[in-house]
Ligand binder design. Structure first.
Ligand code: NAD
Length: 369
C-alpha cells in the first residue's frame, strides 16, 4: 500500500477544530488498510505570523512543495486585522496558490436530500443537485497588468484592471473540465461574456476547438456568464461541469454554494499541472468557509466541509475514488440519521458538537468499510 504525504495546515479560528476531525478519518483509513498517510503539520495564517512574523514560513512552504497534497483549514480573524498587508493571514493562502501554481479550482455544489430544506430555493429545484464548478484561479482580471490607480491630474483618478487570457491558460482549464465531465455526466457548460469582451471571444474559440480536437465525446454548451447566473438559480440540475474564468467563477461558485445550504458543508480543491515524469500534480484542498471567529473555540463548527475536502484529496490526488465514495456515503448517512451541527439545524430540535459530528462520521465509515 503506497504512503501518501499529506501536509495539514489547520490555520486559525475553527481551522484547528475541524482539522482534528479530519485527522481521525485519515488515521482510520490507515488502520483499516484502505490507504496510508504520512501527515506533517505546518503553520499558516495568523498563527504563523505570531510564530514567525510571516503568514507562511519558507520551511513550511517547502513542506507544501514536497507534499502529495496540502489540506488547509482556514485563516484570519480580528486579532490580525492590523498586521501589515503583505504578511496578513490571507497572504499565506495566496502564496500557496501562486507558488504551487494551482490554476484549477474545483467547487462541487452537492445538495444532500436531508438538507434540501436548508436551501433558499425550493426542495424540488435543489434536492440531489450535484454540479461541479471549475474556476480558472491564477489568471484573468485578478492578476492581469496593468493593475493600478492613476491620478489624472484634474481631480480625477482612474482605476485599471486588465482581463487577460492566453490560449494555453484556457486550454489547460478546459482539459480539467472535460476530463472531469468524462467521469461524471459527460457534459460541460463553458461560460464567458463573448458579446462584450475580447477575452470572452478567445475563451469561446479555444474551448470550442479543444472540444472538437480532443473531447468530441463530451457534450459542450456555451452560456453567457450573466445568463448562467440566472439559470443557476432557475434550474441548476441542467448542469454537470461548468468551466469559467477567475472573475465569473468567483461569483458563480458562491451562488452555486448557497444552493446547498450552509458554508460548513462545502469542500473545494485547487489543482496544478500534472508532472509528466511523476504523474502527480500539486494540490490543495480546503473548506470554502473561513475561520468563523464568531464561533471559534465553542466546539460547534461543522467539520463536514473539511472532511469533504479530504474526500476530494482521496479522489483527485491519491486515485482512491472508492475511499472518497465511502466518505461521501458516511456524511450522507449521518445527515439522513438527523444529526445536525448548529449551522444546519433547520427544524431539528437538537444539535451536536464538532467532535460529535466527526465521531458519527467515523462510526459510519467503520460500518461501511
Ligand atoms: P466565515 O466563512 O469564516 O464565516 C461566515 C459565517 O459562516 C459565520 O457566521 C460562521 O460562523 C459561519 N460558518 C463558517 N464556517 C462554518 C462551519 N464550518 N460551521 C458552522 N458555521 C460556519 O467568513 P467571514 O466571517 O466572512 O470571515 C471570517 C474570517 O475568515 C476573516 O478573517 C476572513 O478573512 C477569513 N476567511 C478566510 C478564508 C480562508 O481561509 N480560505 C475564507 C473566507 C474568509
Amino acid at each position: 500500500m503506497a504512503t501518501h504525504k499529506l501536509l495539514l495546515l489547520p490555520g486559525d479560528g475553527i481551522g484547528p477544530e475541524v482539522a482534528v476531525e479530519v485527522e481521525k478519518v485519515a488515521k482510520f483509513m490507515g488502520q483499516a488498510g484502505i490507504a496510508s498517510f504520512e501527515i506533517e503539520r505546518g503553520l499558516v495564517g495568523g498563527i504563523a505570523y505570531d510564530t514567525h512574523g510571516q503568514s507562511i514560513s519558507e520551511d513550511h512552504m517547502k513542506l507544501a512543495h514536497d507534499a502529495d497534497a496540502v489540506l488547509f483549514g482556514a485563516v484570519g480573524g480580528p486579532k490580525w486585522d492590523a498586521v501589515p498587508y503583505d504578511v496578513r493571514p490571507e497572504a499565506g493562502l495566496l502564496r500557496l496558490r501562486k507558488d504551487l501554481q494551482l490554476f484549477a479550482n474545483l467547487r462541487p455544489a452537492i445538495c444532500y436530500p436531508a438538507l434540501a430544506d436548508a436551501s433558499s430555493l425550493k426542495r424540488e429545484i435543489v434536492e440531489d443537485l450535484d454540479i461541479m464548478i471549475v474556476r480558472e484561479l491564477t489568471g484573468g482580471v485578478y492578476f492581469g497588468e496593468p493593475k493600478q490607480i492613476i491620478d489624472l491630474g484634474n481631480g480625477q483618478k482612474r482605476g485599471i484592471d486588465t482581463q487577460v487570457y492566453d490560449t494555453y491558460e484556457i486550454e489547460r482549464i478546459g482539459r480539467v473540465a472535460f476530463e472531469l465531465a468524462r467521469k461524471r455526466n459527460n457534459k460541460v457548460t463553458s461560460s464567458e461574456k463573448r458579446n462584450v469582451m475580447k477575452s470572452g471571444v478567445l475563451w469561446n474559440e479555444v474551448i470550442t476547438a479543444l472540444h472538437k480536437r480532443e473531447y468530441a465525446d463530451v457534450t459542450l454548451e456555451h452560456q453567457l456568464a450573466d445568463s448562467l447566473g440566472m439559470q443557476l438559480v432557475r434550474w441548476p440540475k441542467q448542469f454537470d461541469v461548468i468551466v469559467t474564468d477567475n472573475l465569473f467563477g468567483d461569483m458563480l461558485s458562491d451562488v452555486a454554494a448557497m444552493l446547498t445550504g450552509s458554508l460548513g458543508m462545502l469542500p473545494s480543491a485547487s489543482l496544478g499541472e500534472t508532472n509528466p515524469k511523476t504523474g502527480k500534480r500539486k494540490a490543495l484542498y480546503e473548506p470554502v468557509h473561513g475561520s468563523a471567529p464568531d464561533i471559534a473555540g465553542k466546539g460547534i463548527a461543522n467539520p463536514i466541509a473539511m472532511i469533504g475536502s479530504f474526500g476530494m484529496a482521496l479522489r483527485y490526488s491519491f486515485g482512491l475514488g472508492a475511499a472518497a465514495d465511502l466518505v461521501e456515503k458516511a456524511i450522507s448517512a449521518v445527515l439522513d440519521a438527523g444529526l445536525r451541527t448548529a449551522d444546519i439545524k433547520g427544524a431539528a430540535t437538537s444539535t451536536v458538537s464538532t467532535v460529535e459530528m466527526g465521531e458519527a462520521i467515523l462510526a459510519e465509515l467503520k460500518k461501511l468499510a
